[in-house]
Design a protein around this ligand. Structure first.
Ligand code: SF4
Ligand code: MG
Length: 339
């Protein structure tokens, strides 16, 4: 059976005066209902643009989009904007990083959630308001009937994100996309919001895509991980495989920049040196080679000359990575990542 969400060779290119920005360049993945995919990468890796393309938000812009996005048997890249608009907010829904950019300051939280429901359902105002209150309750807002009458600025940051989640779930979406849903929140609230997304996912049975720069965010909630660099996939597999036996030096770098709890100190160690590559002129060979501390292990300067293909990691079912070292690692636990 085909996957519920099947993204094939997705490309999103933006023509600019300086050249074509290849934000997403050949990304493929699948996701079934009830499962969570974490798309991980630094800013500029193409992860957010990928999610916007899933929502069809490129339509009517100058972005050049190719490839296929199959959602429940329907192809979205070629779908006319009018039909996409009917899916957006109902079948496909998004939680944004900053709820204040998604919630209107002049309308009460309850009214906005009710309105999001009424866009897709022929119900009375009263029914929509009841639905909004019910959703606020389900996302853990205390005294939901009273708080529904508050304006967004009367909510704390964590409560606003809960309200945003209530709004994105109000139409029971089959696909929920969360772009850096916890970045603006403090660590305790982050954990609560991730738990909430996990619980609601179980309850609603949606497919969830979480976009993040922080592998730690997806480690606890995702089933699969897709690591992006320079608009491309560089590693993809189950959370278990990717975290236990990460194959790509960039993934090792992301792992090492996860928070480490040392005594009572929450430290971020070893951010990956260097900057993300230009999406107009990606470095030749392996796009990561200018920053890669391991390129010396690959003979003949291949890293700067030859682009590594995504290859299956030996000994796993569906774990793939694009690094010339993968062929050398063959089996066994990867010890380099821990060094
Ligand atoms: Fe590093 Fe070479 Fe692997 Fe690229 S292909 S990640 S430069 S070792
Ligand atoms: Mg982003």
């Amino acid at each position: 059976t085909p996957a519920f969400l099947d993204v094939r060779d997705l490309r999103v290119h933006f023509p600019t005066e300086d050249g074509v920005v290849r934000s997403v360049d050949g990304v493929s993945f699948t996701l079934d209902k009830g499962r969570t995919l974490g798309i991980v990468g630094e800013s500029g890796s193409g992860k957010s643009v990928t999610s916007l393309a899933l929502l069809g938000l490129h339509k009517g812009t100058r972005a050049l989009v190719s490839g296929e996005v199959w959602l429940d048997g329907r192809e979205l890249v070629a779908l006319p904007e009018k039909e996409m608009r009917q899916l957006r907010g109902s079948t496909v829904s998004m939680i944004f990083q900053d709820p204040l950019s998604a919630l209107h300051p002049f309308f009460t939280v309850g009214a906005q959630i009710a309105e999001a429901y009424r866009v897709h359902h022929q119900v009375s105002r009263k029914e929509a308001n009841d639905r909004a209150v019910e959703m606020l309750q389900r996302v853990g807002i205390p005294q939901p009937r009273r708080r529904a009458k508050d304006y967004p600025h009367q909510f704390s940051g964590g409560m606003r994100q809960r309200a945003m989640i209530a709004m994105s779930l109000v139409c029971d979406p089959a696909l929920l996309i969360a772009d850096e849903p916890t970045t603006a929140l403090d660590v305790t609230v982050q954990a609560q919001i991730l738990d909430l997304i996990g619980d609601l996912q179980q309850e609603f049975g949606s497919a969830v895509v979480i976009i993040t720069h922080d592998l730690g965010v997806v480690a606890g909630v995702a089933d699969d991980i897709l690591v992006m660099y320079g608009g491309r996939r560089i590693e993809y597999g189950t959370v278990r495989d990717v975290l236990k036996r990460p194959q790509h030096p960039y993934t090792w770098g992301l792992l090492q920049s996860m928070p480490h709890i040392a005594g009572d100190v929450d430290r971020r160690l070893n951010p990956i040196p260097g900057s993300p590559p230009s999406l107009i002129n990606l470095p030749g060979g392996c796009a990561f080679h200018p920053r890669c501390p391991h390129k010396g292990q690959v003979p003949d300067g291949r890293c700067s000359l030859e682009r590594p293909e995504l290859v299956p990691v030996p000994g796993t079912a569906e774990h793939i990575a694009a690094c010339h070292l993968v062929a050398d690692i063959r089996g066994g636990e990867n010890t380099r990542a821990a060094q």
